[in-house]
Design a binder for this molecule. Structure first.
Ligand code: ZN
Length: 135
């Protein structure tokens, strides 16, 4: 089957093909380890998955992977995620090509907290108070 995952540019895509690759989830008390690479079953599922999380995807790409489903269920299986044992990297694409909008960043401080009109909430307040003083 095919799977899609968001991958940081700093990590070689070929690393996904390393046999016995493990996925980790830090639960707060211990490291839950399962075999396979965490993927979504479609680009639509991947876009939805990240839209809901508001994750910072700067510097990331999307990788299409071909592989066999690993025996363990993904932690987010109910949201369409699946653990794959990758056999082949099909292609890589930019977030834009994959239809994923990266979380907007504040133009002033780089924060991604509630960014609207190019600025985060904190910077919007600072800029608004500065403008007010000039009146
Ligand atoms: Zn800011």
């Amino acid at each position: 089957m095919r799977g899609y995952r968001v991958h940081h540019r700093s990590e070689p895509v070929a690393d996904l093909l390393r046999p016995g690759r493990l996925s980790h989830l830090w639960t707060g008390t211990d490291d839950d380890t399962r075999e396979g690479v965490s993927c979504c079953r479609s680009l639509e599922a991947l876009a939805t998955y990240f839209a809901d999380r508001g994750a910072n995807l700067r510097g990331s790409i999307v990788v299409e992977i071909e592989g066999d489903e690993a025996p363990d269920a993904d932690w987010d299986a109910d949201e369409g995620a699946v653990l794959l044992r990758p056999t082949r990297i099909v292609r890589t694409m930019s977030l834009r090509e994959a239809g994923i909008r990266p979380t907007p960043q504040c133009r002033r401080c780089g924060s991604d907290a509630d960014v609207r009109g190019g600025y985060c909430r904190g910077c919007r307040m600072i800029l608004a108070s500065r403008t007010a003083k000039h009146d």
